[in-house]
Ligand binder design. Structure first.
Ligand SMILES: [Zn+2]
Length: 170
């Protein structure tokens, strides 16, 4: 989102040099740069101690494909806090190990995705109303159920990262 007016005071913004970043929208009234904003989303491949992956069905996202736990970051929290919060909210799980893997720009939604691999030693799920159903599936069946491979599909990247066993956390 590129601001033309200040989101705080409503004044029309001018362009002002911001060091190496070049010309950036600036509010003279607030004396503040108004950098472009975009949503940041955290997502996690969650595995249990049986090496099964947690897949969700969420009809508001896709009726056909399963998804990983994901959600938007809130102002003031770290990415790690955000993914822990989303996992707790959506499926009621506590995570024992969490590792940041990679980021990816999701063009369709103009959103920055931050991808994690999370391990839990619990299987018991408590689903939020956002989640229609959830299941633990064997590692080798994950790609039958998630969105097909695509450069924008971070779920697939996380899956391949885990499959490559570079960070089996057991
Ligand atoms: Zn302002």
């Amino acid at each position: 989102m590129v601001f033309k007016y200040c989101p705080v005071c409503g004044n029309k913004l001018i362009k002002k040099q911001a060091g190496d970043d070049g010309l950036i929208p600036f509010c003279k009234q607030c004396n503040c740069f108004r950098f472009n904003l975009f949503p940041v989303c955290v997502i996690a491949l969650i595995v249990n101690t049986h090496n099964e992956v947690l897949l969700l069905k969420q009809s508001y996202i896709s009726k056909e494909y399963s998804t990983f736990v994901a959600g938007y970051m809130q102002e003031g929290e770290s990415a790690e806090a955000a993914i822990n919060r989303e996992i707790k909210e959506e499926v009621g799980l506590d995570i024992s190990t969490l590792r940041y893997v990679t980021s990816l720009w999701f063009h369709l939604k103009q959103t920055l995705m931050l991808g994690f691999i999370a391990q839990t030693d619990k299987d018991n799920l408590v689903l939020s109303e956002e989640v229609d159903s959830a299941e633990w599936v064997p590692l080798e069946t994950v790609t039958d159920k998630i969105y097909p491979k695509h450069p924008d599909n971070i779920a697939y990247v996380l899956y391949e990262e885990y499959l490559n066993k570079t960070d089996k956390m057991e």
